[in-house]
Design a protein around this ligand. Structure first.
Ligand SMILES: Cc1cc2nc3c(=O)[nH]c(=O)nc-3n(C[C@H](O)[C@H](O)[C@H](O)COP(=O)(O)OP(=O)(O)OC[C@H]3O[C@@H](n4cnc5c(N)ncnc54)[C@H](O)[C@@H]3O)c2cc1C
Length: 381
């Protein structure tokens, strides 16, 4: 029995750890671009030097090979569902079960945004390092724009970049500054949640920090000195940082798996796309629209529970996906939690200095364990 995992991010590594925890005899192989993996949810703290690049990274090949998991560093080029094979830059590999955990098509979609070369993308390491340099070079009168393109189901990083930009310019003594944050929802910050009090409280906090919220707006085009929004509004900005439209990556989209809104259609809560194929994390549809590391890990836990039930008759719990966003904001921070199963709903929003410390501790635990963390605070189904 051979399980092949494509991708070594939050979802892919969680699958490998969990299969190994319950079975030593299933052959497990990971195929991923690079053995160097980064814990990217902590990237906003690179802007303030609260973490260093080396604090965010680990060698996934070394960590997984200690557990008897084979790690192939290769580019996945084609997923051949009919023959149960995967074509890569290092040859073709066969599988009995396939776990697709290739993340979202961030880079390829960013390149489709007209004028993207005039903006940073606050997703990659390079994007954050470029943005950091620009924020430290910004002068009196600087205007900073942060936002998302259409259908971009992760606004949390944009909230953090807006807050940290305000902090950096304030600490640098730049008095004449304008920070714009575009939110796709007309309700503003966290507007996708069905609770008006959450958006009201969050909007007030951002406005108190001097951030101008552009509600119900997304980026259509970037120009050298401005961004053009969905309603034609033009916002002049010296520094522009944007997250693109999100979808499954091309290599997944062309595999022939059925798609919903450009993500792989799966059965929930098992994340099964076909009898022997699971699609996870940022590549797949989910129980909530937000695409997060926490949801990616939950999708992996549920897929392994379904897989081990099928092949080993082992019964493990499954979890619901929710939203947990810890907002790093320079000298202050915030937390939003939304979780729901058939019995209960949990909603919590607060701002305070200490939440960022939780995030730093959690991030360290993720890096030190090569993403082998069972505690994701999600409700069981
Ligand atoms: C700045 C920032 C802050 C964030 N903050 C949070 C947060 O606070 N909380 C939260 O829960 N989420 C957060 N997220 C979202 C989170 O990072 C993503 O949702 C998460 O990375 C998705 O995990 P994944 O396993 O699906 O994909 P990824 O982690 O993207 O992993 C995909 C893997 O596939 C590999 N791969 C891709 N294409 C190929 C290919 N063709 N061939 C071989 N390998 C390939 C990649 O190298 C990688 O190993 C944040 C994201 C950003 C950018």
């Amino acid at each position: 029995m051979k399980a092949v995992i494509l991708g070594s991010g939050y979802a892919g590594l969680t699958v490998a750890h969990r299969i190994r925890e319950y079975s030593k005899d299933i052959e497990v192989q990971i195929i991923s671009k690079s053995k160097l993996v980064r814990e990217n949810t902590i990237f906003p703290l690179l802007l303030t030097d609260e973490v260093k690049v080396e604090d965010t990274e680990f060698d996934a090949k070394e960590a997984m090979e200690k557990k008897g998991v084979n790690f192939v560093e290769a580019d996945v080029e084609d997923i051949l569902l009919e023959s149960n094979e995967v074509k890569t830059s290092k040859g073709t590999f066969d599988y009995d079960y396939l776990f697709i955990a290739l993340g979202g098509g961030y880079e390829e979609n960013f390149e489709k945004l007209p004028g993207h070369e005039f903006a940073f993308m606050h997703h990659t390491l390079d994007g954050f390092l470029g943005l950091k340099k620009a924020l430290y070079e910004a002068e009196e009168g600087s205007k900073i724009f942060v936002g998302n393109a259409a259908a971009s189901p992760i606004e949390g990083p944009s909230y953090q970049v807006a807050l940290i930009s305000e902090y950096i310019l304030r600490k640098r003594g730049i008095k004449d500054r304008e920070i714009y944050l575009a939110t796709q929802s007309p309700k503003g910050v966290f507007g996708i949640l069905p609770f008006d009090w959450v958006s009201d409280k969050a909007n007030k906090y951002f406005e108190k920090r001097g951030i101008k919220i552009l509600r119900g707006k997304y980026v259509k085009e970037v120009k050298k000195d401005k961004v053009v929004l969905n309603d034609g509004t033009e916002v002049y900005a010296d520094v522009k940082s944007i997250l693109p439209t999100l979808s499954a990556p091309e290599v997944v989209k062309k595999s022939g798996l059925e798609l919903v809104n450009n993500f792989v259609k799966v059965e929930l809560p098992s994340f099964k796309a076909r009898k022997n194929v699971y699609a996870l994390g940022d590549s797949a549809m989910g129980m909530v629209p937000a695409k997060t590391a926490r949801s990616a890990m939950v999708s992996a836990e549920n897929a392994v529970a379904s897989f081990l039930k099928d092949v080993k008759d082992i019964y493990l719990p499954m979890y619901s996906q929710g939203v947990l966003c810890i907002m790093e904001g320079g000298d202050d921070s915030g937390i939003l939690r939304f979780d729901k199963n058939s019995k209960e709903v949990k909603v919590f929003l607060d701002f305070g200095k200490n939440y960022v410390l939780f995030k730093k501790i959690y991030s360290k635990m993720l890096v030190n364990s090569a993403f082998n963390l069972k505690y994701h605070a999600s409700l069981t189904i």
